[in-house]
Design a protein around this ligand. Sequence first.
Ligand SMILES: [Zn+2]
Length: 253
Amino acid sequence: MKRKRNAFLQVFKYKKNKDIQYIQIDNISVEVRKKNIRNLHLRVDSPEGSVRISAPAKMDLDIIRDFAVSKLGWIKKHQARLKTRVREVTKEFISGESHFYLGEPYRLNVIERNQPSKVILKQEILELYVRPNTGVKKRREILNDWYRQRLKEFIPGLIDIYETKMKIKVSGFGVKKMKTRWGSCNIKAKRIWLNLVLAKKSKECIEYIVVHEMAHFLERFHNERFTAFMDTFLPGWRIIQEELNKLPICHED
Ligand SMILES: [Zn+2]
């Protein structure tokens, strides 16, 4: 009983606080806090994607609203990214969950049995065979190993095609987990690295990153010359880049 009363008091106190106001834009509730500051600050908080603006104490609410509206695209993009990240982090690797492979969703079906683990791709179903009592971490590892293997099978063919088209040689490639990039390259060693997460994206996305990294062998920087190479070797690259930019890991250098 006592606890309930305290909770009530807290809410009451909160609502009474005149320094906090809420504005609504496009179904998004934006918390506005007036402070003794000079400029407007906007942030989207993790993990739930709530939007907050800190504003100078005397600033008119209409100006703050205009500012929020002008940043709507940015807000939505960040909220979408957070949502994807939360979904990825909270994956439990249990039957019924949706997992992507080459841009398509598959229903995970976990089968426990006392034999070495394996993953089998069936129509719309990803079968994950594990020993009884295999935890989340291990299940993720098994699936990641499978993703890595699939990429390692898929990528050499792509490299072959573009080595001929671009008249360059790739000495080797690797697949690894990267937090902020889809791919990277070592121009001197003529090696490229691809993000393991690409196994979940469409074949076009994988192709784009491979070509992008290989194009760096011809031009180090993202300049006009680089863009011209991309236009020559993969004319539709801009659309694919846009698709990838909507997803959480977006830098591909
Ligand atoms: Zn790049």
